[in-house]
Design a protein around this ligand. Structure first.
Ligand code: ZN
Length: 361
């Protein structure tokens, strides 16, 4: 039994990297989006409403403010470029960013004097300066006078208004990253989201993910077998260990994918798979991962899941790779009923929501 070509996307491990450094983000649904075009846009809110996701529309066109500590961009120190997420205009470089305790991405300087324009904002009984994209006039956040030297300014931005592209994201395989840099950029995270075949199949196709290994973690068993884990008596969960390059993706995106492709509200259960081995869990190795996990769960509980997330945050003691026949299970067994009925819909949902971030792009 071999791979059916019709759904053989996840077997393609080599990412194709044909995009140039100039236009690294592809938003086919947004015809105004460009990382290179600097011509000013004059697009009505009615039109934007048809194009932008609702949370971005609310911030960009209705000057809404996202919750502080949303996602991880506010304290992310990855080097790269920040663009307007509405129109693609270049706004900042990471060397203009600083970590501010306010919980929003903060910068002390804009990329160039055209990048961001300002308007007095006297809403909510405060005198503030609104910061808007210099190309599309979308609301980004506010400008304050309590930033660090040399400018003393603090550009307090909504993370949703920014697209971040790490440096070297679109370089070819003979990239100029030396080996120590690329080793340092490698990170691992262990996640449990029900049947590991499903979770593995999804992450195999996310840009920046280098390796996904199905396995077991949690509980007390040492190097348990699949049968032992399936018995539900070991306390171990089916997990995947994701190795990713943090210059090409980040923990926030990996978590976004995680909460998109599994149901974090059903305790010890994913669909017909029932038992603690199918629990929803994030296994952290350090305080940073723990904090990022807590932050996204808090955010999604407020915005999407109405406080119903049951995902546990557990300390990772040991990750045990599963038996070899579990690795790349979906890619190897796509014509089995479980793959067609359970895994394929999850893969398709992921491919739809994260269509700009697939390796096949
Ligand atoms: Zn813009």
């Amino acid at each position: 039994m071999f791979t059916l070509n019709a759904c053989g996307q996840s077997t393609n491990k080599k990412s194709t990297k044909e995009k140039s450094m100039q236009n690294v983000i592809n938003k086919p649904e947004n015809p105004y989006y460009s990382n290179t075009d600097t011509k000013k846009l004059n697009v009505s809110n009615e039109e934007w409403k048809k194009i932008l996701p609702p949370n971005l529309y609310a911030v960009a066109r209705e000057a809404d403010t996202e919750r502080a500590f949303t996602g991880t961009m506010w304290n992310d120190e990855t080097k790269g470029t920040y663009y307007c997420s509405v129109c693609g205009y270049k706004l900042f470089e990471s060397n203009q960013k600083f970590t501010s305790s306010c919980g929003w991405p903060s910068f002390f300087e804009q990329d160039n004097k055209e990048s961001i324009i300002f308007k007095p904002d006297n809403s909510y009984g405060m005198r503030r300066t609104e910061a808007l994209c210099g190309r599309c006039n979308s609301h980004l956040g506010h400008l304050f006078d309590d930033g660090p030297e040399p400018t003393g300014k603090r550009y307090c931005m909504n993370a949703v208004s920014l697209d971040f592209v790490p440096y070297k994201v679109s370089t070819t395989n003979n990239s100029n990253l030396d080996s120590s840099d690329s080793e340092q950029a490698k990170q691992k995270i262990v996640l449990a989201g029900g049947c590991f075949w499903c979770v593995e199949a999804v992450y195999e196709n996310l840009q920046g993910v280098e390796k996904v290994v199905s396995g077991y973690a949690g509980g007390n068993a040492i190097n348990p077998s699949y049968e032992e884990v399936c018995s539900g008596r070991t306390g171990a969960a089916e997990v995947v260990e994701i190795t990713y390059d943090k210059t090409k993706t980040n923990l926030d995106e990996i978590f976004q994918v995680f909460f998109t492709v599994h149901d974090p509200t059903t305790l010890n259960r994913q669909g017909a798979d029932v038992g603690t081995q199918y629990r929803s869990a994030i296994f952290y190795k350090n305080a940073e991962e723990k904090k990022a996990a807590e932050s996204i769960i808090k955010e999604l509980n407020e915005k999407v899941f109405d406080g119903k997330i049951v995902t546990s945050i557990e300390k990772l003691d040991e990750f045990y790779p599963a038996e070899s026949y579990h690795q790349n299970y979906y890619a190897q067994n796509q014509n089995k009923p479980y793959c067609q009925m359970v895994i394929q819909p999850k893969v398709e949902k992921f491919e739809k929501v994260f269509k700009d971030r697939l390796k096949k792009n």
